[in-house]
Design a protein around this ligand. Structure first.
Ligand code: ATP
Length: 199
């Protein structure tokens, strides 16, 4: 799996449609302070379903929409599309190429698309679950995050390692099964009470 390209349109400082093609190998993005380097990373996090406006350095989610500049009026919509080469089927889908898009209008209307088909946030989350690429994952390390990891408590650091190792999904499944088991035991106890009453 490889990030092939990113199309940013109306997102933060990217008022015009901008396409960034990522070549195989390592890519470095350089530019003066305030030129939008972090906005590119935030566009990736946003299209993968980021829900925290604060996490994107805003106060409400509509802050991600281009808010105007000296020479340019504010826009009414932000859109980001991420294209992933999935020829190795690392993402659990039959598609060799996966396009994930997210749109947000100023009136709050929003939508996600997977390969052009309207999808739910859950579909996006499911697509990336256990790949180490989810919105909470450590495949994207923000400024200041490195220190946070070093200064974290041992249990928190363990959670990070478990997430990277792909254990998270199994822990979730275990919790779900334990809840179901507890519910079943409760039902069984209630049933035994009823049996006792009528016998
Ligand atoms: P540094 O090197 O200082 O970390 P950077 O290259 O990472 O900077 P960013 O933080 O990505 O730069 O971009 C900041 C710029 O994006 C600021 O000029 C800010 O005004 C602009 N910006 C952020 N949100 C919006 C928005 N909604 N509309 C228009 N411009 C925006």
């Amino acid at each position: 799996m490889r990030l092939k390209s990113l199309e940013i349109n109306g997102f933060k400082s990217f008022a015009d449609k901008t396409v960034i093609d990522f070549m195989p190998g390592m890519t470095g993005i350089v530019g003066p302070n305030g030129s939008g380097k972090s906005n590119i990373i935030e566009a990736i996090r946003w299209v993968m379903g980021e829900q925290s406006a604060k996490g994107l350095r805003g106060s409400t989610m509509s802050d991600v929409i281009f808010g105007g500049s000296k020479n340019r009026r504010a826009l009414g919509r932000a859109m980001v599309t991420m294209t992933i080469d999935n020829s190795d089927h690392f993402l659990h889908t039959d598609f060799d190429e996966v396009q994930v898009s997210r749109r947000l209008y100023r009136d709050g209307q929003a939508e996600y698309l997977i390969n052009g088909v309207k999808s739910r946030l859950k579909d996006i989350t499911d697509l990336f679950v256990d790949t180490g690429l989810g919105r909470e994952s450590f495949s994207i390390i923000n400024q200041g995050k490195v220190e946070e990891i070093f200064n974290a408590k041992a249990e928190d650091r363990r959670a990070i390692i478990e997430d990277v190792a792909g254990v998270f999904k199994y822990k979730q499944n275990k919790l779900k099964s334990q809840n179901e088991l507890a519910q079943t035991q409760e039902n069984l106890a209630r049933l035994l009470d009823i049996v006792k009453e009528i016998s």
